[in-house]
Design a protein around this ligand. Structure first.
Ligand SMILES: *[C@@H]1O[C@H](CO)[C@@H](O)[C@H](O)[C@H]1NC(C)=O
Ligand SMILES: *[C@@H]1O[C@H](CO)[C@@H](O)[C@H](O)[C@H]1NC(C)=O
Ligand SMILES: *[C@@H]1O[C@H](CO)[C@@H](O)[C@H](O)[C@H]1NC(C)=O
Ligand SMILES: *[C@@H]1O[C@H](CO)[C@@H](O)[C@H](O)[C@H]1NC(C)=O
Ligand SMILES: *[C@@H]1O[C@H](CO)[C@@H](O)[C@H](O)[C@H]1NC(C)=O
Ligand SMILES: *[C@@H]1O[C@H](CO)[C@@H](O)[C@H](O)[C@H]1NC(C)=O
Ligand SMILES: *[C@@H]1O[C@H](CO)[C@@H](O)[C@H](O)[C@H]1NC(C)=O
Ligand SMILES: *[C@@H]1O[C@H](CO)[C@@H](O)[C@H](O)[C@H]1NC(C)=O
Ligand SMILES: *[C@@H]1O[C@H](CO)[C@@H](O)[C@H](O)[C@H]1NC(C)=O
Length: 675
């Protein structure tokens, strides 16, 4: 009896020991977590819940370690202990100064000490110093996220990179920061600029049995790519001590960035618990900070130089006008505008433009979700910082006219507000995110059904017809794409961001508007003449039809152009084979044939061959029969048009930083985040 009790106690004791070995924690933001972390040097937890490892002070070091040690050696058999498996996930933001480049970087770290005394800043990342760099007695394992050319040019030469460092600043393995966008099935590596300021999620996993370290990164809203960026076979058993601290170390040098950790989870008993991304605090970039690379900045700067003179004149005119009117808060023409919102209301609706209300961030500002205090309606408020739209009367007239557009298949612009340099646009809040988000969703294997897809493309056609023909003026959308179609609660498609391109015509940025649009949706004549027309909108709508039917993006790699592929199926007489395999043949063949055929007709390379939106609506309602489609061009002639695309890709990369295209980005991302 006694021995049984003894055995039970012994068993319990071993269970407890085994339990104690495992560590698992999750921080969705670091609010109230001061006690769980050991912060050292310049690291702080901000009131917003952000863990800031360094700010932009030069030659600074910041450490943050989980305050309890983690048992890293598995001594289940005494002879040669193995390093335990671990898995960690975290989201970080590196915000570089608005002028020039930032530096240096930060590292996820396993270390025997939570202070690392004597460690130096700069490329030593607060982990080593010139004396002990490379010593095996350091027992430091680090995964570095480094934005500056390394210390040793030959081994660490790429600035924007991720590397695995053991006891030394020289990386054992490293790769330029990138991820495989496996939403595109052909999966190519997409570059990810670490110091762009966007939130990036990283996963570091070590398997103690297969002895392999995997490091994966992706933009925060992307989900985890299946293929890791670095998969490096390395037995860590001789490089870790029995008890280690886990955490982060960051440093700045002559160049300095702010390094933030938004959320962090860690586990030694399997996969790290997933972060709840919607609960993470987000660090906002300072006003006017630029996230673009120097070459782009140079181009933008030179383009802007041309307009600087205009700005100066405009500025003095505005100052003069304000002085003259002195006490008047509103200019009288502004008072005549029925869609003008009171700044105070929008301020209240978005809780003072609070960071937690942000549902999307783009290059030019953020989109906030808000509830209007006046009527309790939910709205999406797009906040655009742009000096170039100051005091332009026609600009306001244009917004007023867009505000009068009303259709159930449009994301209605409810109104606007201008305060200093900020333009606030108030839209209906659309709950289900963008069509692109749903089509290429990776969440729970969600597949949009054919019935829903057919209904959505019909809705978009109705919205576009309204813009083209049914309103008092012809409105050319110029950026029809799946990312600009939002899906409402009844699963109807609603076209967003219409008319914004035209708004910019009234601004001083008009020299850019001839390249408004998105690669893959640009009609061939557009890339030659730059002249948008209803017919180029029809072209883009045709591409959208193909996208919806095939479940693939218009351009996936330089080798896969969706329309070329559908034309090839069409010419082989097997157009139905182009249907999205994810639908599993669950579609009405006649409807699928109609959508694919109509897609080809709308995206016909000759503008004259394309139908009008009214005609498109008739086809979709079976009122007219689709004509036989021919003269699509041979695959060889198509290659030519592909080349053309490549030329325009580069021009779009440049203009991608201009307001018109970035606004589109904001809607889609905002709605994705809102989902
Ligand atoms: C943080 O510390 C508190 C108090 O010691 C504890 O209750 C809590 O579980 C810890 N949180 C994490 C994520 O470790
Ligand atoms: C953290 O707490 C502060 C105030 O205590 C609050 O303003 C902020 O929204 C909180 N952040 C998160 C992410 O909960
Ligand atoms: C960084 O933070 C320290 C203390 O928190 C402050 O004294 C310093 O001015 C900050 N530096 C910058 C560049 O913001
Ligand atoms: C320790 O090793 C044993 C046997 O190899 C294994 O069953 C156990 O899961 C390991 N524990 C940890 C925490 O890795
Ligand atoms: C380097 O770091 C070690 C241990 O952290 C410390 O003992 C040593 O004094 C440091 N050397 C210098 C030159 O700072
Ligand atoms: C850089 O790394 C290479 C290869 O590891 C080594 O031969 C060289 O001595 C290193 N240079 C410096 C300056 O440390
Ligand atoms: C690392 O990645 C490889 C290749 O994708 C995969 O086979 C392996 O299971 C991964 N290991 C861990 C620890 O996740
Ligand atoms: C250490 O790993 C090796 C190879 O994976 C395995 O054969 C051995 O049993 C492990 N030892 C312990 C103590 O878990
Ligand atoms: C994430 O947090 C939000 C807000 O706190 C909550 O509504 C949601 O259920 C959470 N999601 C998960 C997966 O825990």
């Amino acid at each position: 009896m006694a021995s049984t009790i003894y055995l039970v106690l012994l068993f319990l004791f071993f269970c407890m020991v085994a339990e104690a070995q495992d560590v698992e924690f999750l921080f969705n933001g670091f609010n109230g977590s001061e006690a769980n972390l050991t912060l050292d040097k310049v690291s702080i937890i901000k009131p917003s819940g952000l863990l800031r490892l360094t700010n932009k002070t030069q030659n600074a070091v910041g450490h943050a370690f989980y305050s309890e040690k983690v048992q890293m050696l598995n001594r289940s058999s005494s002879s040669s202990p193995n390093a335990s498996s671990f898995s960690t996930a975290f989201v970080f933001q590196i915000i570089s100064p608005s002028k020039g480049e930032g530096g240096f970087g930060f590292a996820f770290t396993l270390s025997p000490s939570d202070r690392l005394p004597g460690a130096e800043a700069g490329h030593y990342l607060g982990l080593f110093n010139s004396t002990n760099d490379g010593w095996s007695s350091n027992y430091i394992f680090a995964v570095e996220f480094d934005t500056v050319n390394g210390f040793n040019e030959s081994t660490d030469s790429v600035g924007n990179h991720v590397g695995i460092n053991i006891n030394s600043v020289d990386s054992k393995a490293g790769k330029p920061a990138s991820y495989i966008d496996d939403v595109d099935r052909l999966g190519s590596f997409e570059e990810l600029v670490l110091e762009s300021g966007q939130p990036i999620q990283a996963w570091v996993e070590y398997n103690g049995v297969t002895k392999c370290i995997n490091v994966t990164i992706a933009p925060m809203d992307h989900g985890k790519p299946i293929q890791p960026l670095i998969s490096f076979p390395q037995d860590l058993s001789t490089y870790v001590r029995e008890d280690m601290y886990v955490g982060f170390s960051a440093s700045t040098g002559n160049k300095a960035s702010s390094h933030y950790i938004l959320g962090w989870s860690f586990s030694t008993k399997g996969e790290a618990p997933p972060l709840n991304l919607s609960r993470l605090p987000i660090a906002l970039q300072e006003k006017n900070s630029s996230s673009f690379r120097p070459s782009v900045i140079v181009i933008i700067a030179s383009l802007c130089g041309v307009t600087t003179l205009l700005f100066v004149i405009l500025f003095f005119l505005t100052v003069y006008k304000i002085k003259w009117r002195q006490s008047e808060a509103l200019e009288d023409w502004e008072l005549e505008c029925p869609h003008r919102f009171r700044y105070q209301d929008l301020y209240t609706a978005t809780k003072g433009f609070k960071k937690s209300e942000i549902i999307g961030v783009g290059g030019f500002g953020a989109v906030y979700k808000g509830r209007l205090p006046t009527n309790g309606n939910e709205v999406a408020v797009k906040k655009i910082n742009n000096n170039s739209i100051q005091g332009l009367r026609e600009f306001t007239a244009e917004i007023e006219s867009l505000g009068r557009l009303r259709h159930k298949n449009l994301v209605n612009l409810q109104g606007w507000c201008k305060k200093n340099n900020d333009l606030l646009l108030v839209y209906d809040f659309i709950p289900n995110g963008s069509l692109a988000g749903l089509l290429f969703s990776r969440i729970n294997n969600f597949v949009l059904s054919w019935e829903q897809r057919f209904n959505i493309v019909k809705g978009v056609a109705a919205g576009l017809l309204y813009l083209h023909e049914e309103w008092e003026q012809v409105v050319i959308h110029r950026d029809v794409k799946s990312g600009n179609v939002l899906i409402d609660a009844e699963m109807n498609g609603r076209l967003g961001d219409f008319g914004l391109a035209r708004l910019y015509d009234h601004g001083t940025m008009s020299h850019t508007t001839n390249i408004v649009g998105t690669i893959g949706y640009l009609a061939p004549e557009l890339t030659r003449t730059g002249q948008s027309s209803t017919s180029s909108d029809v072209y883009a709508y045709g591409i959208l039809l193909l996208e919806v039917a095939c479940g693939r993006k218009p351009v996936e790699t330089s080798n896969f152009i969706l329309i070329d592929s559908v034309i090839e199926y069409h010419q082989m007489g097997r157009i139905i084979d182009a249907a999205d395999p994810k639908l599993n043949s669950a579609f009405v063949v006649k409807e699928m044939e109609l959508v694919l055929g109509l897609g080809l007709l709308c995206s016909h390379r000759k503008p004259k061959a394309r139908p009008t939106m009214r005609q498109v609506t008739r086809y979709l309602n079976w009122e007219d029969k689709l004509p036989v489609i021919d003269d699509l061009g041979s695959p060889d002639s198509l290659r030519g048009s592909t080349k053309f695309m490549e030329v325009s890709v580069s021009s779009n990369t440049i203009t991608g930083s201009y307001p018109s295209s970035s606004i589109g980005y904001m809607t889609s991302s905002s709605m994705d985040a809102g989902r």
